[in-house]
Write a protein that binds this ligand. Sequence first.
Ligand code: NDP
Ligand code: X2W
Length: 393
Amino acid sequence: MSAVSSSSLCFHTGHSWNKLKEFGRGRKQQDKKVLVKCSIKSGNPCSQNAVRVGVLGASGYTGSEVLRLLANHPQFGIALMTADRKAGQPISSVFPHLSTRDLPDLIAIKDANFSDVDAVFCCLPHGTTQEIIKGLPNHLKIVDLSADFRLKDLSEYEEWYGQPHRAPDLQKEAVYGLTEVLREEIKNARLVANPGCYPTSVQLPLVPLIKASLVKIKNIIIDAKSGVSGAGRSPKENLLFTEVTEGLNSYGVTRHRHVPEIEQGLADAAGSKVTVSFTPHLIPMSRGMQSTIYVEMAPGVRTEDLYQQLKLSYEDEEFVVVLENGAIPRTHSVKGTNYCLINVFPDRIPGRAIIISVIDNLVKGASGQALQNLNLIMGFPENLGLQYLPLFP
Ligand SMILES: NC(=O)C1=CN([C@@H]2O[C@H](COP(=O)(O)OP(=O)(O)OC[C@H]3O[C@@H](n4cnc5c(N)ncnc54)[C@H](OP(=O)(O)O)[C@@H]3O)[C@@H](O)[C@H]2O)C=CC1
Ligand SMILES: CC(=O)N[C@@H](CCC(=O)OP(=O)(O)O)C(=O)O
């Protein structure tokens, strides 16, 4: 990216002209000679050619991750950003790490004008989301990061989310957004139900293996761990530093709401009911997720067969990578990226295999996959704005 016009010099290529002016005010005269005109602005203000995007829930973790990813997107411009408690504030006071970008101030959804917006990322709590999406104009393409439109069976939604669904017609219309599995359906969708983070990390390895009848659909055990950002930014007692640090906390044991979502996806792959044992854990890191999955193989199947099937299924995929034989997927290797890394290992118990899958819960598990999906809907290359290397260490 060049921020320097031929006749001038800009001392920091990542800053917009407005930000440079503010710096200049603070630094007074001594830097005046270098505070000369930048030829472009950083960030991605809506130009006439850009698709105009709204981010609902921009003051939350997944919303801010959408903003971070869109900063390098050549086609999507941010037209509006909403918040609830933080409505009225500039992004710099809510997320200082985004303050170098030219972004609109946060507004309440009721004050948002969607008439010249093309698409929205909906990064709001489940339950609230269905009412809000019901009130949005029809011309909008919507990628919903919440769980509200993921379960096809309304009675299952009521059972696991504790309330009847309030937008059943929209739920029928929604397409489940597991990109690598449902790409063709997503391309034509108006409303995409972006998958949950745990279900993404579990379904990506298991769907191809179940479709190929290589693993039994009984006795699947999933031991999963998530960074704390998975729980969102709203303050909660169990998320205090003292509660989380230096320890591992299981939660939702026997009854986590991602169970029906995982089983729905695996049942679609199997063509019959699938049940899983799933236990999530909160682990003291800010982002990242690992699912360690224990499966029984079909008679006569070897671990090598699972490995070769996964290799074949994902050989043309950019974001799902089956590591070389024996290599351990690490959350470090996906931090800040849209990758899912997978590998499969023989268990000591004959006939069983262990699969490890890692993602960044905020990227492939949420905002990255959401961007991948909106790219598809809008007819852009799927990887646009998503080609980041991991942050390491
Ligand atoms: N975090 C993760 O790793 C993942 C999250 N998800 C899902 O994505 C969605 C967003 O998650 P996340 O970003 O973590 O959550 P956060 O709690 O960090 O953010 C929630 C956002 O929604 C806004 N909001 C809250 N209540 C209302 C309301 N009643 N009306 C309008 N806006 C409201 C908040 O505004 P304000 O802060 O101003 O109050 C904030 O901008 C959730 O449904 C979550 O389950 C999905 C996959 C992974
Ligand atoms: C660590 C943590 O609390 N994680 C969240 C899952 C985040 C997610 O994917 O939630 P949605 O299904 O709402 O999108 C949880 O267990 O509820």
